[in-house]
Design a protein around this ligand. Structure first.
Ligand SMILES: [Fe+2]
Ligand SMILES: [Fe+2]
Length: 462
């Protein structure tokens, strides 16, 4: 939303109705105050009067007592048949995405877990509905854009300092090899493409893959990531769906099977001991986000398992997908905060997410292999015994849990926050090692395990 300064934003209105403050703050980050039209949750009135000029999109929050969200959707759909109508709530109770969509909502989001996907979806839709007057961008993986290939779309770099997208190459240009290398070296794995041109990127990536591997169409790294995120979101929606609260062994088995399909299709397929490092480099530097985190930790965990031969990659990936589910049960104010932003009380609250995760697994009757359960329940234990929830120390902690914890911290250290990757992969490993060395009384990992990783770095990465 950075190139809209000269545009008259009042032409691109966003109708909001009944948003709570947590949900509203998500929109406030990228929609200007001049764009909002706030209407009361009065369905009679809504059925009689139409907002003029028509809003570009509509966003509804949880209705007051006595009104069902689906009634709001139906009334709004009658008045605004062509607009996207979203449902945004921070209340997990009765959240059923499929049901909301059936009744007229274009999509439904649960905040804060859906914050990033909400932002991307609404930005894209504002860009589409304003016919490009409002700009939106999508990240594409740099590995999908090799140097010296003519691109038929523009690429942009995000400049965190002034929050602007700067054009890097124009349609018809190529990315020159030195620039490509420079980006990769500085840990930047993604550039941006305008969401109006994203289809061109997909077509480009698909054609290139066809040329490369004559067999199947394959998946570009960008699409692999997007599909995995979409699959994880669908998975979490089914886990959190309260209308299916009568979980059975059968439904639990289905959820586990869905997880295993995600692991097989997007993570372990084609990964082996020789390719783990290259794959890891491709996955690091993703934008922070709950579904990204689950997918990354699953992926890093599987790759680390392959690298040092500890545990089964598919088990650790499965644990990675599920390990932080319980965060959704924390108060919204605690959910969005990083480890250094939480107060003492919030930290205590945050620590309960492990037990919440285990409770969800139990409630959904998901039967998991023992080492998967241990990896999840012990992913915040520390080798020194100062972790939580149990305070287990040393070999009392399952080896799989240490691998998962390593993937967890590694993702935190290498993810992109506010447009900048925090650390390169070798820097992150060294930081983790150094921290354990400097403060053994609080060490999260077994130094012997970390040493196994340090010797695996290629020379030039050291
Ligand atoms: Fe966690
Ligand atoms: Fe985590």
């Amino acid at each position: 939303m950075t190139e809209t300064t000269k545009t008259d934003l009042t032409k691109f209105r966003v109708l909001v109705c009944g948003l709570d403050s947590v949900c509203r703050s998500v929109l406030d980050k990228f929609i200007s105050p001049a764009q909002f039209v706030e209407v009361p949750y009065d369905l009679e009135k809504m059925a009689e009067t139409k907002v003029a000029p028509e809003p570009l999109i509509l966003v509804f929050g949880s209705p007051p007592a006595g009104v069902k969200p689906n009634e709001a959707a139906q009334v709004a759909r009658m008045q605004y048949p062509n607009q996207s109508i979203y449902y945004l709530t921070s209340n997990r109770e009765n959240f059923d995405r499929a049901e909301f969509q059936k009744n007229g909502f274009t999509d439904a989001f649960l905040i804060p877990i859906d914050t990033e996907i909400t932002t991307q979806t609404i930005k894209d839709e504002l860009a589409r509905a304003s016919k490009g007057a409002i700009r939106a961008y999508r990240p594409v993986q740099l590995v999908d854009l090799r140097p010296n290939e003519t691109l038929d779309f523009d690429t942009y770099m995000y400049m965190p300092a002034n929050k602007k997208h700067l054009k890097m190459t124009a349609a018809g240009d190529e990315i020159d090899p030195s620039r490509h290398e420079k980006l990769t070296k500085s840990g930047i794995n993604a550039v941006h493409v305008g969401s109006d041109q994203i289809q061109k990127f997909y077509a480009f990536a698909a054609k290139k893959l066809r040329d490369l591997q004559k067999g199947g169409p394959g998946l570009s790294e960008t699409e692999r990531k997007e599909r995995m995120t979409g699959a994880i979101r669908g998975l979490m929606a089914s886990v959190f769906n309260d209308s299916s609260s009568d979980a059975t062994i059968e439904s639990g088995r289905n959820v586990v099977a869905d997880c295993q399909a995600i692991v097989k299709d997007f993570i372990t397929e084609g990964a082996d001991k020789n390719s783990w490092y290259a794959k890891m480099l491709q996955v690091t530097g993703a934008e922070a986000g709950n579904y990204n985190h689950a997918g990354n930790v699953a992926t890093f965990g599987a790759l680390f398992s392959l690298a040092v031969g500890i545990g089964k990659p598919e088990d650790i990936a499965l644990a990675g997908l599920l390990h932080d589910m319980g965060i959704a049960d924390l108060p919204p104010s605690v959910q969005g905060k990083g480890p250094h932003e939480r107060s003492k009380e919030e930290e205590e609250e945050y620590r309960k997410h492990v037990d919440h995760t285990m409770a969800i697994i139990k409630f959904r009757k998901m039967i998991l292999p023992d080492n998967v359960t241990k990896a999840i329940s012990q992913h915040h234990e520390r080798w020194s015994g100062t972790g939580y929830p149990k305070g287990y120390a040393g070999p009392r902690i399952a080896a799989e849990a240490q691998i998962l914890a390593l993937a967890d911290q590694f993702d935190y250290l290498t993810m992109t926050k506010d447009g900048r990757p925090r650390m390169s992969p070798p820097e992150a490993f060294k930081r983790i090692y150094q921290d354990c060395l400097d403060d053994p009384a609080n060490a999260r990992f077994d130094l012997e395990l970390l040493k196994k990783f340090l010797v695996l770095f290629p020379e030039d990465a050291a």
